[in-house]
Design a protein around this ligand. Sequence first.
Ligand code: FES
Length: 142
Amino acid sequence: MSDPPTGPGNGSGPQTETGTGPGPQTGTGTGPGPQTRSASDPLLFFVNGKKIVEKDADPETTLLTYLRRKLGLTGTKLGCAEGGCGACTVMLSRFQPHTHQLLHYAVNACLAPLCSLHLVAVTTVEGHRATRLEGAQGRDRR
Ligand code: FES
């Protein structure tokens, strides 16, 4: 699979907690494809540093729908809904077990299936903004 993961899910409410990001994964692929999990395993991913566990993720839900409707993160916008405008762009970060490095890449959340995000860290504009503010505050204190 070469398509990057995207898309929201729509199961029962998500469980969130503060996390430290995705840990090592067991996938053996060479690209940013989804990591393996069985159908009975809950979907586990991170959004702006918060751990999300979805036990009944809807395979038809896109990441954009999930971010906006389930998590209330409306900074990621719906434009064309077909991958043409970029209004829904988010950053995904995935651990690459073969290189032991994090791979960061941009995806259109309107096209990304939620179920493809197992062990992936998602950064939205809200997460990017928080990081920038923390950095600016750190510079002001020096
Ligand atoms: S809404 Fe236009 S690319 Fe996703």
